[in-house]
Design a protein around this ligand. Structure first.
Ligand code: HEM
Ligand code: SF4
Ligand code: SF4
Length: 527
């Protein structure tokens, strides 16, 4: 299993690289699969509403009304019909890629199980929407789907009367049954919307909209396809004959050939087994969960920065419980916490300048504390020699940094790059622990903890608290989001950074201030 996962991951990374060059990382569709799913859903809804205005729900009129929409109103209704079909197909594609990607990138276990678990019913719902849609056309394909689906349902043996019986001959099919199908095709997408909303409840700032450029480009491609290859009906259904050659839609109907070669019960067993396997995948095997972040009330002033930055909604504020002069305090839901450390990077008390020998911030990771990070930074710096000493801070999900260590380059690992408070950059440079700092981690736009890269870039640009002080010379900082596979580029960037540092004047050492620092209340980092 892990071998297969590695191969798939490498395949994703190669395509990522290709798409990064073609679309730029900001518009790489593979970094926005969930958001594209939402986008295609909305296209399906809008085009579906338009079609419904002209669609006749009567069993004898449905086919005719769609022929009218497609042929007479080809410039509007026809395009809408094609958009409806192609966006539905695209939804299946991005959903499956999204599932596969979250799996191979290991973003579905531990505290992240909920989003995976609630994703599984979406597969059934998306298929139910598409299949019931094909039914509405009432052509030979719809006839085939109707008979195959109802026979499959009958094989469960839980319905008093056979449903497939409705399709035996033209007399047995009632208009009311057909209206029921129309109702299902409208109701299931609404249930899907609710399920999609539940799916993202544990994601703070969930990406439900792709970037504008990607959205426009994708819609443009669907429109071009709609004009070149408009979606059309097949010959009308005729219950008096068995439909023979059918032009298949392999996106939605992939499983149907199974129904021709196996018993309905066997196909139910495969479908149920596959669903169950997907549901329990997060515990096969369970992730070793690192200890959740913990709050230290003596150092927490209730500023709420940790709440703002946590990508998994694991921190909240509650009324103060310890009688200190602040109105609120942070509290962590340990079952939601992924131990990414981003909250620690956001806390104003996570500053290495504090003079306490045991550095305890308002919020910390028990297994990778900010105190240990300061110790590791200083110890790494002490081993460096030469005139262009560089400390590389990298995340655990980025490139293998061991190979870059040298007399002039030291490496410090963090769970996420945003677990590094900007005050550490200030500390390293102004205390002359190194001439330069290099930040790296997951591929650009594909942060393992969703928002880490974005938050760290904003902090460094002075757009987000806690921001990097202006006194830190920016020419001594470099960032390159290398991902797992951009080693060569990373090597080049690092070498170029050393060269750049050589050309800079020697660093001046600032005299350290005396006295311990109290929990800060906001603004810039304290130093
Ligand atoms: C209609 C289909 C689906 C849509 C529209 C959808 C949408 C989304 C969105 C918008 C996100 C948040 C992305 C972000 O902000 O980082 C997300 C995350 C996720 N989805 Fe889906 N999803 C769908 C189906 C699925 C399926 C079938 C699965 C797997 C069974 C799945 C598993 C996940 C996982 C594991 C995450 C990330 C959790 C994390 O980062 O902690 N999704 N999805
Ligand atoms: S002081 Fe730190 S732990 Fe307390 S609310 Fe602010 S960021 Fe969170
Ligand atoms: S470590 Fe902090 S930011 Fe990360 S999930 Fe836990 S509480 Fe949220």
């Amino acid at each position: 299993m892990s071998g297969l996962r590695k191969i798939t991951r490498t395949a994703f990374e190669s395509v990522d690289k290709l798409f990064d060059s073609a679309f730029t990382p900001a518009w790489n569709p593979l970094y926005h699969l969930g958001a594209l799913g939402w986008f295609f859903y909305w296209i399906v809804i809008v085009s579906g509403i338009y079609l419904y205005l002209f669609f006749d729900t009567g069993i004898n009129q449905a086919y005719e009304s769609l022929e009218y929409i497609t042929n007479v109103q080809w410039y509007a209704g026809g395009v809408m019909r094609s958009l409806h079909r192609y966006a539905s197909d695209a939804l299946i594609i991005v959903m499956m890629l999204h599932l596969l990607r979250e799996f191979v990138m290991d973003r579905y276990r531990g505290a992240r199980w909920f989003t995976w678990f609630t994703g599984v019913p979406l597969i059934w719902l998306v298929f139910a929407c598409g299949i019931s849609g094909y039914w509405m056309v009432w052509d030979v394909l719809a006839q085939y789907i109707a008979i195959a689906s109802t026979e499959w349902l009958d094989s469960l043996g839980i319905f008093g009367q056979s449903i497939a019986r409705n399709f035996m001959n033209p007399e047995t099919l009632s208009g009311r049954f057909f209206t029921l199908m129309v109702f299902i095709h409208i109701a299931v997408p609404l249930v899907l919307l609710l399920a999609m909303w539940i799916h993202i409840q544990r994601q703070r700032n969930a990406k439900v909209n792709p970037p504008v450029g990607l959205a426009v480009g994708t819609l443009g491609m669907l429109l071009v396809l709609s004009f070149i290859e408009p979606a059309v009906s097949q010959p009308p259904a005729n219950l008096a004959i068995v439909p023979a050659v059918i032009d298949f839609d392999w996106f939605y109907l992939l499983g149907y050939p199974l129904l021709d070669s196996m018993s309905g019960k066997a196909v139910w067993a495969i479908a149920a087994g596959g669903t169950l396997l997907l549901l329990i995948l997060p515990v096969l095997p369970p992730k070793r969960r690192e200890a959740a972040a913990v709050v230290d009330l003596d150092n927490c002033n209730g500023c709420g920065r940790c709440v703002e930055d946590c990508p998994f909604s694991a921190v909240s504020l509650q009324p103060r419980t310890d009688g200190q002069g602040f109105s609120q305090e942070a509290i962590v839901s340990s079952n939601l916490c992924t131990s990414c450390g981003i909250c620690v990077g956001a806390c104003p008390t996570s500053t290495p300048f504090r003079r306490t020998s045991d550095l305890v911030p308002g919020i910390d990771l028990p297994e990778q504390s900010i105190h240990a990070l300061r110790e590791k930074t200083v110890a790494t710096a002490e081993k460096l020699t030469g005139t262009t000493r560089v400390i590389v801070y990298g995340c655990e999900h980025g490139p293998d940094l061991g190979r870059f260590e040298s007399e002039q380059t030291g490496v410090v690992r963090l769970p996420c790059i945003a677990a590094l408070p900007p005050s550490f950059l200030d500390f390293v440079i102004t205390r002359r622990h190194a001439e330069g700092i290099f930040l790296t981690g997951c591929a650009e736009g594909d942060c393992h903890y969703r928002l880490g890269q974005q938050w760290q870039e904003q902090r460094m640009a002075g757009e987000r608290d806690p921001y990097l002080r202006s006194r830190v010379p920016r020419e001594r900082l470099e960032t390159y989001w290398a991902g797992l596979s951009h080693h060569k580029n990373l090597h080049r960037k690092l070498a170029a950074f050393h060269e750049r540092l050589k050309a800079l004047p020697a660093l001046e050492r600032r005299a350290p201030r005396k006295g311990a620092v109290r929990p800060a209340t906001g603004g810039e980092d304290h130093g």
